[in-house]
Design a protein around this ligand. Structure first.
Ligand SMILES: Nc1nc2c(ncn2[C@@H]2O[C@H](COP(=O)(O)OP(=O)(O)OP(=O)(O)O)[C@@H](O)[C@H]2O)c(=O)[nH]1
Ligand SMILES: [Zn+2]
Length: 184
């Protein structure tokens, strides 16, 4: 895959009018291929490997919030970055998930071509699936380069998406507690 990608990046540079033989560009197709493979490495991962069995018995049903998980994704329409913060809440039902795994789940889905709405839903569904929680909430804030550095060029615009599942969807009080805990 790497050689194929390198070859295609070299062609893209030529088509854009670059001299691929000039000093600074000699290794660029190779570097770009490597970078793109890193930025999309979520395709090589699955939920079970990412969670790695880090589910622990715990006698708690109080809300757990993990906030300000930064993410870097690529929009599926323009292959340009969108970046921001993800906040996750869940209501455990006898089981808790290892703290770092929330960030790993966010990264696995963010490192694929996405729209922010779909990314938010995939993270919420994954947390629900692995924890069996009574409720899950995910809120994402994102700044889209396709809307700032090109297109309509609105530098200060950002997008907020949310998905609420189970008790987090049904109960206003529970949802408000999540919003209060993340300072919204
Ligand atoms: N809902 C949603 N839209 C997105 C996301 N990322 C990019 N887009 C939008 O996808 C749309 C694609 O619109 P098109 O008209 O097909 O493409 P375009 O001509 O490049 O659009 P402009 O960005 O308006 O120049 C744009 O409105 C983008 O802002 C996302 O995560 N969620
Ligand atoms: Zn885009």
């Amino acid at each position: 895959m790497s050689d194929d990608l390198t070859h295609h990046y070299s062609q893209i540079l030529s088509i854009l009018g670059e001299d691929t033989k000039r000093g600074g560009l000699v290794d660029t197709p190779k570097r770009a291929a490597k970078a793109m493979q890193f930025l999309t490495n979520g395709y090589q991962k699955n939920l079970s490997d990412v969670v790695n069995g880090a589910i622990f018995e715990a006698d708690t049903d109080e809300m757990v919030v993990i906030q300000n998980i930064e993410y870097y994704s690529l929009c599926e329409h323009h292959i340009l970055p969108f970046i921001g913060q993800c906040h996750i809440a869940y209501l455990p039902k006898g089981k808790v998930l290892g703290l770092s795994k929330f960030a790993r789940i966010v990264d696995m889905y963010a490192r694929r071509l996405q729209i922010q709405e779909g990314l938010t839903k995939q993270i919420a569904d994954a947390v629900q699936e692995v924890t069996g929680a009574a409720g899950v909430g995910v809120i994402m804030e994102g700044k889209h380069m396709c809307m700032t550095m090109r297109g309509v060029q609105k530098q200060n615009s950002s997008m907020v998406t949310s998905v609420m599942l189970g008790a987090m969807r049904k109960s206003d009080a529970t949802r408000n507690e999540f919003l209060r805990l993340i300072g919204k």
